[in-house]
Design a protein around this ligand. Sequence first.
Ligand SMILES: C[S@@+](CC[C@H](N)C(=O)[O-])C[C@H]1O[C@@H](n2cnc3c(N)ncnc32)[C@H](O)[C@@H]1O
Length: 420
Amino acid sequence: MPHLNWPTKSLPQPVPSALELDSLVYPHGQDYPLPPGDKGLVLPDNTLILGDNLAVMWALLPEYEGRIDLIYADPPFFTNRHYPARVGRGEDSRRPSDWQLAEGYSDHWQNIDAYLDMLYARLALMQRLLSPAGALYLHLDWHVNAYARLLLDEIFGPERLLNEIIWVYHGPSPIRSAFNRKHDTILVYTKSERYTFNVDAVRQPYDPVTIKTFAASPKAGFGKIPDLERGKVPEDWWYFPVIARLHNERTGYPTQKPQALLERIIRASSNPGDLVADFFCGSGTTAAAAVQAGRRFLAVDGAWRAVHTTYSRLAGSGAPFALLREARSAPDISAFEAYPPPRLEDRRVCLEPGLLDRLDAWEIDPAWDGRVFRSTAQAARPLRKGELAAELRLPPGTAGPVGVRMVTVRGERGQVILES
Ligand SMILES: C[S@@+](CC[C@H](N)C(=O)[O-])C[C@H]1O[C@@H](n2cnc3c(N)ncnc32)[C@H](O)[C@@H]1O
C-alpha cells in the first residue's frame, strides 16, 4: 500500500492538557440544580473545551478512547490565509468596507510538512477516540485533500473509506484563469465494517420529473421502480448554500459551515443520545446540529473567539453544557472594566446602555461560589437585528453573591460580583 512520507513525519506524545472547569451553563435555567451544589458537582452530558485539540484529545483519551460515536473535523485547509471574524451584527454583507473585524483564526504554515505534522497526529488520535461503530467525516478542499486521503488510508485502512462526499455551492469569486473552485471534499472513514448508517433518516424526495416519468410509464428505469413514497438515498454530492447566503444562522465567525450539512451527517451516522465530537469546532455548528438532533456533543477549539461564539450559540439551544479550558487559555477576566456597573434590583440584574452597547453577550450566576460559574440566564446579541436584553432575572430560591459575566464585541471577558 502506498504511504505518504515527509521528513518530519512522526506521532508525538504531547503533554496532556490540564483542563479546568470554567462554567456550567443551564440555558434559560434548564436543569439548574436547586439548591446549587446540593448534589455535588454533576457535569452535564455536553462539553465545550478551549484549548489546543492535540493536548486536549490526549487528555480525553483515558475517558473517551473508543467511546465517541461520530467525529466531524473541519480543520484549516492549508490556504495560507488569515481568517478574521466579523463583529457586530446586521451589517450589510455587500459592503465589506463597513464590517468591523476581530481576530478569528490563522491558516498559515511554514510549509506543507508543518501542516501534515499537525493533521497526521490529530487524525490518529481521532481514530483512537472513535467507537467501534463510529465514523470520521474529514472536511477539506483541493489544497490538501489528496494528502489527507493517503493519511486516512494509512490510519484507518483503505477498505474503511465509506464515501468521498462533494459539497457544492455557489458564490462570487475573483478567479479568471481557471474554473471557479466551488466544492469541498468530505472524506468519510469508519472505524470498523460494522458502522452506524441510518439511511432512512436522510432520504430525500425524488425529483418531480422522476415522479412524473414513473407515473407515466412503469417501465421507465429498466423495470427498477423506485420507492417514490420513501424517497431516495442522497447521492455522494450535496448542494447546500454557503453561510453568506444564510444570514439567519451567520455568527460572523469565519468559514462557518451550514447547519443543514451537519444535520445530514449527524442523522446518517449517529443515533439519538450518541456522542458527537468536533475538535475544530469554530462557531459550534456541529454542536448546535447535535443538540437539534438529540445527540450529546463534545466541541473543542483553540481560539477564544470560536469558543465564545459557540458558547453564545449553545446557550440559546436548550441543552446544558460544561465549559472546560486549558489553564490560563481564556482572556483575563479582571482586566475588564464594567462601567456603568451592573445593578441588582428586585431579583433582576440590569445593565445600563453605556455598558450594554459594548457587549456581545452576558449571563448571570445567581449563587456565585467563587470557583465555578453556574450560568442560569443568558443574553446574546441577536444574529440579525434586535437588541441585547438589558436585564436578566434570578431564579427563585437562590441566595448569595450574584456573578455577572460579560463578553464584549471585541472578545474581552469581564466579571462583576454583586452582593445580594
Ligand atoms: C474551518 S474552522 C471550523 C469552522 C466550523 N466548522 C464552523 O462551522 O464554524 C477551523 C477551526 O479550527 C480551529 N483550530 C485550528 N487549529 C486548532 C488546534 N490545533 N486546536 C484547536 N482548534 C484548532 C480554528 O481556531 C478554527 O476555529
